[in-house]
Design a binder for this molecule. Structure first.
Ligand SMILES: Cc1cc2nc3c(=O)[nH]c(=O)nc-3n(C[C@H](O)[C@H](O)[C@H](O)COP(=O)(O)OP(=O)(O)OC[C@H]3O[C@@H](n4cnc5c(N)ncnc54)[C@H](O)[C@@H]3O)c2cc1C
Length: 451
């Protein structure tokens, strides 16, 4: 019998776990992703703050799948899905491919949302991609380098002010690390500036830090951040953001401009625009952040052959977390394999909540697992264990464990390489325009044709 064609879009948790789950099924899988790696987003902040290398948090997808003969990995950005002809179109550097499917799994995740203020992006990168992490690393360490160079008190103050917008887990983890770097880790590395003088600010329009956690854990996280010197400003809505600072409007009606050179945006998400395409073609719906409403079995209404997973799907108010995507991927693989084996899976997708965690400071975290609330070192150790388990690949786990031991016991940051290209790359691409394609591969192709 001819093997069924499965196209998987995305190499995140949803896409990868679907693909791995179909290893023994009679299918040919084409995994198309616009990035070469399986990115473990929860540890992006550690790449941005010099703890881990990008290779440790983003192993190559084709390496992970090299022993799976039925999976082909293609690096390309999917630009079109045609539900009628069952075709996916993808592009990379001027090359266009179309791939037919019998089953389609769409797990393209979510990007950063600036709530309609996209002009903020070049001044305050988000935390979604490897590029983001490297740019932020260059901005954080770069600001300190520039402060060391400067003779102007005013300029130093601007360079030594760090603002993180968004007090969810990403913002809290990021701001905690910046505080630790400036208060402790880097103090002796700089001679002309005292990094302890840095102002580290966390802003959020909500009235609590980590609003998804219990009030007790939120309060504990806030107190811990304040203890390590973070200025936590709640009820604080960002109304403007530019090269030199952030304009904030507070719940009590007051306003303030915080002069700061390094800003991080960790405040909102927007699902992949592929969701809108799917909804338009199927007559389905997308929610406020662009997630597609799916059936209880994760399929698109009217299209039992199309699955939408993870951060792109809207079902029962499930959160945008790794476990939803990972478990959705495993379920989808079971569903497709079951159907092909004549043993259809009839039960709906059931999410098992394994809890939420966030690291706040050195050896300090908060964790909520069912009714159990943990804080401090116990929560931190639990966080460490869980993240280690879900990192893909034994080598990665081992090197991450070693790096953590060196970092946390020796109080150093070994991944501090930054380049000017990382710092200005986003701006350069913006100036070249969204349609700009470097022609290096095209040149290579034409050379080959001539030979
Ligand atoms: C900074 C940060 C910290 C987080 N911390 C936690 C945490 O502590 N715990 C937790 O549970 N969750 C956390 N999350 C959320 C978690 O990472 C996501 O819920 C999860 O990654 C979603 O998986 P996914 O497969 O849906 O999407 P993703 O993992 O985002 O993967 C999407 C994939 O699609 C690809 N892609 C996108 N568009 C296209 C396209 N057009 N064509 C081809 N490929 C495309 C991308 O390259 C990527 O490979 C965090 C997220 C971030 C950003």
């Amino acid at each position: 019998m001819e093997r069924r064609r499965v196209v998987v879009i995305g190499s995140g948790f949803g896409g990868l776990f679907t693909t791995k789950g179909l290893a023994d099924a009679p299918v040919e899988i084409t995994l198309i992703s616009k990035t070469v790696s399986h990115l473990f987003q929860p540890l992006l902040y550690q790449a941005a703050t010099g703890i881990l290398s990008t290779g440790e948090i983003a192993p190559a997808t084709r390496d992970i799948l090299r022993k799976q003969p039925n999976a082909t990995v293609l690096l390309a950005e999917v630009t079109g899905i045609d539900l009628t002809s069952r075709m996916v179109t993808a592009e990379k550097l001027g090359h266009t491919i179309t791939v037919p499917y019998d089953y389609l799994v769409v797990a393209a995740g979510a990007g950063q949302s600036y709530f309609g203020n996209d002009q903020f992006e070049i001044f305050a990168p988000g935390m979604k991609t490897v590029d983001d992490a490297l740019e932020l690393r260059a901005r954080i360490f770069g600001a300190l380098e520039m402060a060391e160079l400067s003779d102007s008190e005013e300029e130093r103050e601007r360079l030594l002010t760090f603002v993180v917008v968004g007090a969810g887990p990403t913002g809290v983890e990021m701001v905690g690390q910046i505080a630790e770097l400036t208060r402790d880790v880097l103090v002796r590395s700089f001679k002309r500036i005292d990094t302890r003088q840095a102002r580290v600010v966390l802003l959020d329009a909500a009235d609590a830090v980590l609003p998804g956690f219990t009030p007790k854990l939120s309060a504990s996280a806030k107190a811990r951040l304040e203890k390590i010197g973070v200025e936590v400003r709640l009820g604080a809505r960002v109304t403007g953001l530019d090269e030199t600072g952030v304009d904030v409007s507070f719940a009590d009606g007051s306003t303030e401009r915080i002069v700061a050179s390094c800003k991080v945006w960790a405040a909102g998400v927007q699902a992949s625009p592929l969701g809108k395409q799917l909804a338009e073609q199927s007559g389905g719906e997308v929610d406020r952040v662009g997630r597609v409403a799916v059936q209880p079995d994760l399929t698109l209404p009217g299209h039992p052959e199309v699955f939408v997973l993870g951060d792109m799907m809207s079902l029962d108010r499930l959160p945008g977390v790794a476990q939803v995507a990972l478990q959705g991927g495993k379920y989808t693989a079971r569903k497709i394999a079951g159907e092909l084996a004549g043993q259809p899976v009839t039960e709906p997708f059931k999410y098992k909540d394994k809890g939420s965690m966030a690291v706040v400071s050195q050896f300090g975290a908060v964790a909520q697992v069912g009714k159990l609330s943990l804080t401090g070192f116990v929560a931190w150790a639990a966080w460490l264990g869980v993240h280690l388990v879900y990192l893909v690949g034994f080598k990665n786990r081992l090197s991450t464990l070693l790096k953590w031991a060196i970092t946390f016991l020796g109080r150093s940051r070994s991944e501090r390489v930054t380049t000017e290209q990382q710092l200005v790359g986003r701006l350069a691409r913006k100036q070249l325009g969204d349609d700009f394609q470097p022609s290096i591969w095209a040149t290579f192709d034409s050379d080959r044709e001539q030979r």
